[in-house]
Design a binder for this molecule. Structure first.
Ligand SMILES: Nc1ncnc2c1ncn2[C@@H]1O[C@H](COP(=O)(O)OP(=O)(O)OP(=O)(O)O)[C@@H](O)[C@H]1O
Ligand SMILES: [Mg+2]
Length: 261
């Protein structure tokens, strides 16, 4: 579903070039909940953002970014805009428009995609139902809790019927109870709609609770990738070791609560 090859990203900074991602390759299958973990500054967000070209990789003839069978680096701007519609993005800090209601926030990507008004309203109602916030349709973001705002942001990301959902630390601005709730909700989306999810996080428990595969990043490089369904895998990296050590804790995370959605 997602295939990255030889992706690098260097930023120009006052102190000279900063290599945020170096020669990363990832293979993510349809239906995966794929974790990307690493310490702060490892390059997780930058790598995630290259998947929908929010961040363009360094020019390199060998670099490839394929999503759902399309080679994104080869697309003309109009085609790229269309391809991006099948890729939802959820940000750490929600990125909602505060002067728009919940309905109008969710309708925003549909407006940009040229969806007619009646169809927009119908889709807004549908995704609000999916995220369990139908009663908040006319509310403004300021009146919502962190967890509710993130669910509105997820609803917005779902509006255009994406096949892939890219999530950058989606639970780090919400409380622990809501973290479990949101993670369980992501699992539901994955199971109900076959949505492929890429989850960037530094929370090991979150990865253990929901991901089937994981990539570990250190200093811009993907240092290892493994399946969390493989009981005898022996990780090489320190983070990989930590992750498996805490596996039992992570597995309990979703059992501690009853989803209300
Ligand atoms: N737009 C930018 N301009 C310059 N440097 C950047 C930019 N974005 C990221 N960087 C740098 O690239 C490196 C990787 O950053 P990135 O945000 O991808 O890391 P991260 O793993 O997501 O970290 P965190 O866990 O703190 O979110 C860091 O050194 C960061 O300062
Ligand atoms: Mg980040």
């Amino acid at each position: 579903m997602i295939s990255l090859h030889h992706v690098s990203k260097t930023f120009a900074t006052p102190d000279g070039p900063l290599r945020a991602v170096h020669n990363a390759s990832l293979q993510i299958d349809a239906g995966d909940i794929y974790g990307i973990i690493g310490f702060s500054g490892a390059g997780k967000s930058t790598l995630l953002r290259t998947i929908n070209l929010l961040e363009r990789p360094d020019p390199n003839p060998a670099a490839r970014i394929e999503v759902d069978g399309r080679d994104l680096l080869a697309l003309a701007p109009a085609e790229l805009l269309r391809a991006r519609r099948s890729i939802g993005f959820v940000f750490q800090n929600f990125h909602l428009l505060n002067n728009r209601t919940v309905a109008d926030n969710i309708a925003f990507p549909l407006e940009i995609a040229g969806v007619p008004k009646a169809a927009r309203a119908a889709r807004v109602a549908e995704v609000l139902e999916i995220v369990g916030l139908t009663d908040k349709i006319r509310a403004y973001p300021a009146k919502l809790s962190g967890g509710q705002r993130q669910r509105v942001a997820i609803a917005r990301a779902l509006a255009n019927h994406p096949k892939v959902l890219l999530c950058d630390e989606p639970t780090s601005s919400v409380d622990p109870q809501m973290t479990s709730n949101l993670l369980a909700f992501l699992v539901q989306l994955n199971q109900r709609f076959g949505l492929t999810i890429v989850l960037v996080t530094h929370e090991m428990n979150a990865v253990n609770a929901v991901c089937n595969r994981v990539a570990v990043m250190e200093a811009g490089q993907v240092v290892e990738k493994f399946s969390l369904r493989e009981p005898f895998h022996e990780p090489l990296s320190n983070l990989g070791k930590l992750l498996l050590r805490d596996r039992a804790v992570g597995a309990t995370l979703l059992h501690d609560f009853t989803p209300n959605i």
